[in-house]
Write a protein that binds this ligand. Structure first.
Ligand SMILES: NC(=O)C1=CN([C@@H]2O[C@H](COP(=O)(O)OP(=O)(O)OC[C@H]3O[C@@H](n4cnc5c(N)ncnc54)[C@H](OP(=O)(O)O)[C@@H]3O)[C@@H](O)[C@H]2O)C=CC1
Ligand SMILES: O=C1OC[C@@H](O)[C@H](O)[C@H]1O
Length: 393
């Protein structure tokens, strides 16, 4: 049975400061909103530099380079991937071009950090991971949530890591929701999020987060998935959905005084772009529960409620807070951020730099295997909702 949770989720146990990392030179594909936020967050890491950016239009790349004082810019992506100064490419363009843009970077011998979703199909995901392995390059899906200190703390508590001050016991349930009201910032129907040919739809755009929240806390691959949701009849994209996943037992003896097999559990997930939900993830075990508080995909707060014996009996409550780094003058001058808590990209970028510095080809916080499990589940969502796979029109 595939294991989706590595033995320890930290990339370097000797690290005390999550922003500590060796130098790395970044190039960018796409000069849109998320690339802006990522570049701004890198300004929290003095050892990291964006040395080149590229956009479909030279004007777009030039304006971006001027705004962020980036020394080289390119119209079109192929010139940038051949820039000898670039060590890793951050890919922040739209979903439909994942296979071609990631492939272009790997063939130019660049490491890759690619925004979620990693690919539009399992087949593309497997191909790209295989190609990275063949060329001995680092590659990771930008599931930045996994790198926030609040999430790393939650994961260590769930794993019963040494030195943790709380334990939830055997995990039985994970609840995770992420829904935002897209028309607030995405024009309907012209934005890519409503365009299936560009990889639009909530399954590709939003579902990766609750899926990654669920697979983080169970050690087996789900053996059943039930999906409901709505598809927009005019654009053909899925607007929202909910899914229930069953995770089978991971083996081991059933405890003498409890009915559940170890590792067996259920995840209840909800995602979408039709309304704004509370957006949190709650993990429930035999001894208590913990909540990765809103905004759960980029959190700063974790609450643990340990149970006392008996129904409704509350034991200890523990609260952990990890404030975002404060914006520097350079960040404010370049216009702040487009998306909530984007400062937190610095945690992901620092971990990637540490992994590459240590010669790793994947990050233990979000492995290739997990990316592929989650892509399989995204395909399941599309199939059960009757949404056409991207690129089949
Ligand atoms: N981790 C996170 O928190 C977030 C992740 N994302 C992810 O980032 C990616 C980009 O999102 P976001 O920045 O909001 O999107 P944008 O709408 O800002 O577009 C990003 C880039 O995609 C390219 N692009 C846009 N439209 C087209 C088109 N019609 N044809 C070809 N290319 C196009 C452009 O590249 P160019 O500049 O080269 O013209 C554009 O700059 C997505 O994968 C999304 O899922 C998004 C938001 C937050
Ligand atoms: O990909 C995403 O993740 C973060 C959100 O804030 C954003 O709207 C969404 O597109």
């Amino acid at each position: 049975m595939a294991t989706s949770v590595p033995p320890n989720p930290l990339d370097d146990l000797s690290i005390k400061d999550p922003l500590e990392c060796p130098p790395l030179k970044w190039g960018l594909i796409g000069c849109g909103r998320v690339s802006h936020d990522f570049t701004q967050a890198l300004k929290h890491l003095p050892s990291q530099s964006v040395v080149a950016c590229s956009a479909r239009s030279e004007g777009g790349a030039k304006a971006f380079a001027e705004k962020h004082s980036i020394p080289s810019f390119y119209g079109g992506y192929d010139g940038m991937v051949k820039d000898a100064n670039v060590e890793i490419v951050y890919i922040g363009n739209v979903h439909a071009f994942r296979r071609s843009t990631v492939e272009m970077c790997l063939l130019a011998d660049k490491h890759v950090l690619v925004e979620k979703p990693f690919a539009c199909s399992v087949a593309d995901g497997e191909y790209l991971i295989g190609l990275a392995k063949e060329r001995n390059l680092f590659i990771m899906e930008g599931m930045w949530t996994r790198f926030f200190p609040a999430v790393q703390k939650a994961r260590n508590i769930a794993l019963g890591a040494e030195g943790e001050d709380a334990s939830l016991g055997d995990i039985a349930k994970v609840f995770s929701d992420f829904n935002f009201y897209a028309p607030d910032h995405e024009e309907y129907p012209t934005s890519f999020v409503y365009n299936r040919k560009l990889g639009g739809g909530a399954g590709l755009l939003v579902a990766p987060y609750p899926l990654a929240a669920a697979t983080m806390f169970f050690k087996s691959e789900p053996d059943s998935a039930k999906v409901v949701g709505q598809v927009d009849e005019d654009t053909g994209v899925d607007l929202q959905g909910a899914m229930v996943l069953n995770f089978p037992p991971t083996g081991g003896e059933k405890p003498a005084n409890a009915p559940k097999l170890p590792g067996a559990g259920v995840a209840v997930l909800s995602w979408g772009m039709a309304c704004e939900s509370a957006e949190s993830t709650t993990i429930v075990g035999a001894k208590g529960r913990m909540t990765i508080e809103s905004p759960g995909h980029c959190p700063t707060k974790l609450t643990v409620n340990l149970k006392a014996h008996g129904r409704g009996e509350v034991g200890k409550t523990l609260e952990y807070e990890y404030p975002m780094p404060v914006d520097t003058e350079a960040i404010t001058k370049a216009g702040g951020f487009n998306y909530p808590n984007s400062e937190g990209f610095c945690y992901e970028a620092a971990a990637v730099a540490r992994c590459i510095g240590a010669g790793k080809k994947e990050a233990p916080q979000y492995t290739h295997a997990e990316t592929l499990v989650n892509l399989k589940l995204i395909e399941e969502i599309q199939q059960q909702l009757g949404v056409k796979p991207v690129g089949t029109d």
